[in-house]
Write a protein that binds this ligand. Structure first.
Ligand SMILES: Cc1ncc(COP(=O)(O)O)c(C=O)c1O
Length: 456
């Protein structure tokens, strides 16, 4: 067995993995179209002809709507991207935004979630999931994850419900779908809105349905590491015309649209932002959404290969992928008790061999000072100190032990399952895991130090 690279041996791999951005002539030609038309936005956030119809117009119809020069629904490329996305995901409304973070906030705002309300969400996700809840001054309530899929544990949701609970924000983490049947059942029983954060799961299906289309609203991300990308960008999908209207108003300076006939309920949360997508970004989106299936096919093929290749390594458990799951990251669970070697040494040894692995998120969302100290807007603990909110809500390490254990002891994440990486690249990954895991004795004895968190 060759010497481990961390002890001076030859690394298995010297070539870096390739980035997840795959573009071709399609992107170039659509970008050129925008350049030639010289139409870079075309959004107008003020009342216009047909505004009542526009606010609730289904995306496929909006694509061909003859607009004035500027429009409440944006330019031609934005509307084409929305129509293509709506067709792909079989939903009436797909609404572009400039990130999933702004999409999640718009979705919560459109659903009427506001000051004094609680939103139940998972402890483990990218920070934007929890931060989006704060935007309309509502309070995140974190629930532990299910060790089977790393998503919100549906068995723990009901216990977290209080009189203030208005919504559940589910995250389909790493491409795994959350247990939606159980979550929808609880939501129906308690009259809660369900929002799906699908930033990491575009194309994943749960019992034959695309995630994002099962709850009340779904949100996707097109940030550069996602399954399809526009650099930055997001999409909100919904079947509900009132939610679509709310998202469109929040996206685009909507406060100037209502007239005196709107009552308090319909005016609530129409605090318009500028979350609009540009025409150049949407041009990338049109080309990228056409690549979603092939990108997802390769992610799935690469992940299944890794799961099969690593399944018999003592000390490792591999994901059990059901059909319909499109992996976003490939996670394995490390069992230190089985090997006697700290996870940190394994991560550093794998990296030294040329395989960039990470330990997942550096902390859970509630472990950030914004929650531990409850300081968000101003210094006086708003929104927790709002007179509309009278629950005693504290956040502290130890709140969600399963999620904490996964991040602090168990996870090893490999990211580069994306196109254009192929099975040939995955063979290097499998070979490296086998090499490192066959030399545990040398790792056990060695003193190795280094940071382990995030490594791309
Ligand atoms: C689960 C999840 N939610 C939300 C986001 C935020 O997406 P964006 O960067 O498009 O705002 C991300 C991005 O990494 C994410 O992974």
């Amino acid at each position: 067995m060759s010497k481990l690279a961390i002890f001076g041996g030859t690394p298995v791999r010297e070539k870096p993995f390739r980035s997840s951005v795959v573009i071709d002539k399609h992107e170039h030609s659509l970008i050129n179209q925008v350049m030639e038309r010289k139409e870079f936005s075309r959004f107008m956030g003020s009342p216009s002809q047909d505004i009542d119809k526009l606010m609730i117009m289904p995306s496929v119809k909006a694509e061909n709507y003859e607009t004035q020069y500027f429009s409440f629904l944006g330019g031609r490329m934005v509307r084409k991207f929305e129509a293509d996305f709506a067709k792909k995901f079989r939903v009436p409304y797909a609404i572009t935004v400039n990130s999933a973070t702004s999409g999640l906030s718009s979705a919560l705002g459109a659903a009427g979630i506001g000051p004094g309300d609680e939103v139940i969400t998972t402890a483990m996700s990218f920070n934007a999931t929890a931060l989006s809840i704060l935007l309309f001054n509502s309070i995140p309530v974190f629930v532990d994850v299910d060790p089977a899929n790393y998503c919100l544990d549906h068995r723990k949701v009901e216990k977290a419900i209080t009189k203030k609970t208005k919504a559940v924000l589910v995250v389909h983490l790493l491409g795994n779908p959350a247990e939606m049947d159980a979550i929808i059942k609880i939501a129906k029983k308690h009259n809660l809105i369900v929002i799906e954060d699908c930033a990491q799961a575009p194309g994943t299906k749960y019992k034959g349905k695309y995630v994002g289309t099962i709850g009340d609203l779904g949100v996707f991300s097109f940030q550069e590491t996602k399954n399809i990308t526009t650099g930055e960008g997001g999409m909100v999908v919904t079947k509900n015309p009132l939610f679509a209207k709310g998202v469109r108003l929040i996206r685009n300076h909507g406060e100037s649209i209502p007239d005196a006939s709107w009552d308090a309920e319909s005016l609530a949360n129409i605090v318009g932002m500028n979350f609009r997508m540009t025409e150049l970004t949407a041009a990338l989106g049109v080309a990228q959404v056409a690549k979603l299936d092939e990108n997802n096919r390769v992610r799935t093929e690469n992940s299944l290969f890794l799961a099969d290749s690593l399944k018999n390594i003592p000390g490792l458990s591999v994901p059990k992928y059901r059909s319909g799951i499109v992996p976003h990251v490939f996670p394995v669970i490390y069992d230190r008790k089985a090997t006697g070697v700290e996870r940190q040494k394994i991560l550093l040894a794998l990296r030294a061999e040329g395989i960039p692995v990470g330990s997942g998120y550096l902390k859970l969302m509630y472990e950030n000072p914004i929650f531990l100290k409850k300081i968000a807007y101003g210094k006086d603990r708003c929104p927790w100190s709002c007179h509309l909110y009278n629950n005693k809500r504290e956040y502290k390490s130890g709140d969600c032990p399963t999620a904490e254990r996964l991040l602090k002891e168990k996870f090893i994440w490999f990211y580069h399952i994306n196109r254009p990486n192929t099975l040939r690249d995955m063979k290097d990954v499998a070979k490296t895991f086998k090499k490192v895991f066959s030399q545990m004795e040398s790792l056990k004895a060695a003193k190795i130090e280094g940071a382990i968190g995030y490594k791309w």
